[in-house]
Design a protein around this ligand. Structure first.
Ligand code: CO
Length: 182
């Protein structure tokens, strides 16, 4: 399979705002999304990783990370025996909880090679509207915890934001009281 080239955070494209995808979804855009999904699945396959040492394991990928400034993203991971897959076009967060959370280990990104110490404050629960290119229909996703974090991280990419922009420089590991630690 033709492999995708992931751009890194020294590339100014990652700082641009992506544009809305024209609907109905073109075959080209759908194929791109399926390639991105396949990339994530392969990146979680130990055998594939052994043969491709430069590939890093990922659970989310946004179109700007392959140099395409379109509002599209893919999420794929297994959590509590459950497979979570989202292949989304024009996602919008329509509501969010007052409760916040952090990923205790800190976040990572396929476009960021150097580690950035610190936690990222995220909404614990969000509601997202989007077109799902796998289900081929509009969807409303209610996500909490890790799923909500990954969605927020990927939607940030569509707005030119990287996770470390959100780390408090003065006190990177500070977790306020009441935050859910994941
Ligand atoms: Co990322």
């Amino acid at each position: 399979m033709e492999t995708l080239k992931i751009i890194k955070d020294n590339n100014p494209l990652l700082r641009k705002k992506s544009v809305e995808v024209t609907m109905p979804l073109s075959k080209e855009d759908r194929d791109t999304l399926l390639k991105m999904l396949n990339y994530l699945k392969l990146s979680q396959d130990p055998e594939y990783l052994e043969k491709h040492p430069k590939v890093r394991e990922g659970i989310g990928l946004a179109a700007p990370q392959i140099g395409l400034l379109k509002r599209m993203l893919v999420i794929y991971f297994k959590h509590d025996e459950e497979e979570i897959t989202h292949v989304l076009v024009n996602p919008t967060i329509i509501s969010n909880s007052a409760r916040k959370c952090v990923l205790k280990s800190g976040e990572g990104c396929l476009s960021v090679d150097e580690p950035h110490e610190g936690v990222v404050y995220r909404d614990y629960k969000i509601k997202v509207k989007a077109y799902d290119a796998l289900k081929e229909k509009d969807v409303t996703i209610v996500a909490a915890g890790i799923e909500a974090i990954v969605l927020q991280h990927e939607i940030d990419h569509l707005n030119g934001i990287l996770y470390y922009d959100r780390i408090n420089k003065m006190n990177p590991n500070f977790i306020p009281e009441g935050f859910v630690e994941i």
